[in-house]
Write a protein that binds this ligand. Structure first.
Ligand code: SF4
Ligand code: SF4
Ligand code: SF4
Length: 221
């Protein structure tokens, strides 16, 4: 759960019994803030969630004090790199260091709480950061740069529907024969996935070590 609005933190499922009061939420690294509470499931990428909320507070920073002005920008740059598959393991320590500096050194509440999404996702979901960096894997299949599209030749009927909608003509194949996606041309728009008829469900995605078919709720590993 994400509580407290954009400056709040993310609390893992094993804290479901945590009382919703100021002290308990602060102890878990979040805040009561605006009183918002968002429930997220396995289809939410926690690194992308941190990036998303930080992009809001970074935009809102008035720029008066350097820790907030420079720190939120620096954290956002690192997070953008990680979700794009260009992160390094050293980024994790750097993020933690900057987040703490911004929290401790900012003048007002915005800067003091802006690092919460980063600090809590690092505290409770560090594994997801490592997967993005070490395996180029987004387990939630959210980060587009870490996802590739493929066609299962055993399932493909060669109907050609995917090739007709592909905006960059990345799909080739003879009628009634398995089709193929040219990975160098594909821009990852996902139209082939949504177009392939359910009875075939031949288009699947890969991210790192995971494979996911459209009709699967969970990655098969
Ligand atoms: S902490 Fe507050 S005063 Fe300082 S730059 Fe951020 S918004 Fe402005
Ligand atoms: S994901 Fe988009 S660009 Fe890539 S093959 Fe499918 S339709 Fe074409
Ligand atoms: S839409 Fe599906 S079944 Fe038809 S050619 Fe494309 S991948 Fe094969």
């Amino acid at each position: 759960m994400q509580t407290g609005g954009p400056s709040g933190g993310c609390i893992p499922a094993d804290k479901i019994d945590l009382p919703v009061d100021y002290e308990s939420l602060t102890g878990a690294g979040s805040i009561m803030g605006s009183g918002g509470l968002v429930v997220l499931d396995e289809d939410s990428c926690m690194v992308d969630i941190a990036r998303y909320f930080l992009s809001f507070t970074q935009e809102e920073s008035c720029g008066k004090c350097p820790p907030c002005r420079l720190g939120t920008r620096a954290m956002l740059t690192i997070l953008e790199r990680i979700v794009a598959g260009q992160g390094q393991m050293a980024d994790i320590d750097t993020l933690e260091e900057i987040a703490q500096t911004v929290k401790d050194g900012s003048l007002c509440g915005l800067g003091q709480t802006a690092p919460n999404p980063v600090l809590t996702t690092l505290r409770y979901f560090k594994e997801e950061y490592k997967e993005h960096i070490e395996k180029a894997q987004c387990t939630a299949f959210v980060c587009g740069e870490l996802i590739s599209y493929h066609i299962d030749s055993d399932r493909c009927s060669g109907c050609g529907a995917c090739a007709r909608v592909c905006p960059v003509k990345a799909i080739s194949g003879e009628k009634k024969n398995p089709h193929l996606i040219d990975q160098d041309t594909c821009i990852g728009c996902g139209l082939c996935l949504s177009t392939c008829p359910d009875k075939f469900a031949a288009v699947y995605r890969r991210s790192g070590e995971l494979t996911r078919y459209e009709n699967q709720k969970y990655p098969s590993g």
